[in-house]
Design a protein around this ligand. Structure first.
Ligand SMILES: Cc1cc2nc3c(=O)[nH]c(=O)nc-3n(C[C@H](O)[C@H](O)[C@H](O)COP(=O)(O)OP(=O)(O)OC[C@H]3O[C@@H](n4cnc5c(N)ncnc54)[C@H](O)[C@@H]3O)c2cc1C
Length: 484
């Protein structure tokens, strides 16, 4: 991603880009779910959606369904859309809250077009007419991360990036200021550069091993520290959404691709063993396992400085907040956009890296809070992990959001929020965090008129969703991979 984006924006007459990676070390390769902002990245890189989907065995993603998170048996969702247009200027969840207080049991999900379409197993891109209920959503993709990396590599090479397959075995720092001067590869080649992007994964080869930048550990709030992943044969529903099911010591993902289904159990090593986690995962696959389970260890948190001297860390080298909302690839994308905005010249004015770090810290912390909400808003106390999450202390910034929402149903958004009000509302209401009151201006609308209006909205959504093609048919018709 970094090589492709920088090659797209930096002038080839004045810049040369080297991509150094090691086939032998390989990539993590389990990043299979994305968020809608990836469409902007693909667009900037001139990538044709259907060509990319064929090449990466991709499917469409309208959001995430959460099972058993707040209580065993509870199902809630976070889909890429809202609950319809504001009514008389007031967000629809306030109107829904009023009717709920009057005894209406309609789930708020019925007002989310992507949720209704997703649950019916249907998909089509948003309607062109922005007034339609079928226009108020976005979508992302599930794909094979290894194939996407290869696809982007070709894109970068097509723009003149020079790629070397080799291992970095040494990093030399400049004596006077501690900037990185050069890397040595296992071939013996010495590679000098002005600026280095550390995309070496959890090891943080440059940012940590060489520059000793430090890491802020968030395990207290995001306690899962392991994952076991295994693909299985495609079976069961071909859902246009990710499934996230809470388990005794963590949660399990299910991601349908064209050629297989991706599965993983993210867990906390304090509460279960690797063997038990692997067994739990294998016991719940809906098709035959296609590989041996693969184990990954991580520490949730972030690098203390993302940009340190002449090195910028992206991806897992920058930090990892666990894959619950598929935010890692998004964070790489926003990091690169920010770098392009603040790109340094040879003076390396520290103002640029300070600003980069300030904004990035905010962005990371907002996402962190959103993820913690999924855990701390549980009512479960049936296993040690869930009991811990229910009772743990949380960041003051998240506590404030919860208190304001509980008080009046509003979400106080801060700067650099990746998630807007409908996303927070989905998790709050989905996990039974209810406001004490709705917006009193809702009472300016006659209650019967409101009821009729919301009923009409619900019916329209259902009819429009039912008219869409099945997700499997849409993929087969427009973007089927050759081998699928
Ligand atoms: C369990 C799990 C699930 C995830 N799910 C999602 C998801 O659904 N959605 C999402 O957006 N993200 C997800 N992620 C995160 C996502 O996988 C990563 O953000 C993404 O793959 C980018 O990884 P990376 O490039 O930073 O690191 P890696 O994939 O580890 O790549 C590191 C690169 O550095 C190279 N390298 C390392 N050391 C050397 C060396 N000495 N010399 C030369 N080259 C070297 C390697 O060859 C490799 O190319 C998940 C992560 C985990 C752990």
């Amino acid at each position: 991603m970094a090589a492709a984006v920088l090659a797209r924006f930096l002038r080839p007459q004045s810049t040369s880009i080297r991509l150094i990676e090691s086939e032998e070390i390989g990539i993590v390769g389990v990043g299979e779910a994305t968020v809608p902002v990836i469409q902007a990245l693909n667009g900037l890189l001139g990538i044709d959606e259907r060509d990319f989907m064929r090449a990466t065995q991709a499917t469409f993603k309208l959001g995430i369904e959460f099972r058993d998170w707040s209580r065993v048996g509870n199902v809630h969702f976070h889909f890429f859309g809202d609950f319809g247009a504001p009514i008389e200027g007031i967000a629809p969840h306030h109107h829904w809250l009023k009717l709920r207080q009057l005894g209406d049991s309609t789930p708020i999900a019925d007002y989310s077009f992507p949720y209704v379409a997703g649950k019916l197993g249907r998909f089509a891109p948003p309607a062109g007419d922005s007034r339609s209920e079928a226009a108020s959503y976005k979508y992302a993709y599930h794909f094979d991360a290894g194939l996407y990396a290869r696809y982007l590599r070709a894109n970068a090479e097509g723009r003149g990036v020079q790629r070397t397959d080799g291992k970095v075995v040494d990093v030399q720092l400049r004596g006077e200021d501690g900037f990185i001067q050069a890397l040595t590869l296992d071939s013996g080649e010495r590679v000098e550069a002005d600026f280095f992007i550390d995309a070496s994964g959890f090891r943080g080869l440059l940012i940590e091993q060489a520059l000793k930048t430090g890491y802020e550990d968030w395990t207290h709030w995001l306690p899962c520290d392991r994952a076991v992943a295994v693909p299985c044969e495609r079976a069961g529903e071909f859902t246009p959404y990710t499934m996230s099911s809470a388990r005794a010591a963590g949660w399990q993902w299910r991601i349908p691709l064209q050629h297989r289904t991706g599965n993983g159990y993210v867990y906390c090593s304090r509460y279960t063993s690797d063997d038990e986690a692997a067994k739990n995962l294998l016991d719940t696959l809906d098709g035959r396992a296609l590989a041996e389970p693969r184990f990954l260890k991580f520490t949730t948190g972030r690098r203390k400085r993302f940009w340190n001297r002449n090195c910028l860390a992206v991806g897992l080298a920058a930090g990892f907040m666990e894959p619950l909302e598929s935010t890692s690839i998004q964070l790489i994308q926003t990091a690169l956009a920010r770098l392009v905005d603040l790109f340094p010249d040879s003076r390396f004015d520290p103002t640029l890296s300070d600003e980069y770090n300030r904004v990035s810290v905010n962005e990371f912390e907002r996402i962190r809070d959103f993820l913690i909400l999924h855990y701390c808003a549980t009512e479960r106390g049936d296993t040690p992990l869930w009991n811990y999450c229910r009772t743990m202390s949380i960041p003051a910034s998240l506590q404030h959001k919860i208190e304001v929402f509980r008080s009046c149903g509003r979400v106080p958004l801060l700067s650099e929020e990746s998630y807007q009000e409908p996303s927070w509302v989905s998790i709050f209401l989905g996990q039974h965090v209810y406001p004490g009151r709705y917006d009193p201006l809702v009472d300016n609308i006659d209650t019967d008129r409101l009821r009729r209006g919301l009923l009409h909205r619900r019916d329209t959504i259902r009819k429009l969703a039912q008219a869409l093609p099945a997700h499997s048919d849409f993929v087969a018709r427009h973007c089927a991979a050759a081998a699928a």
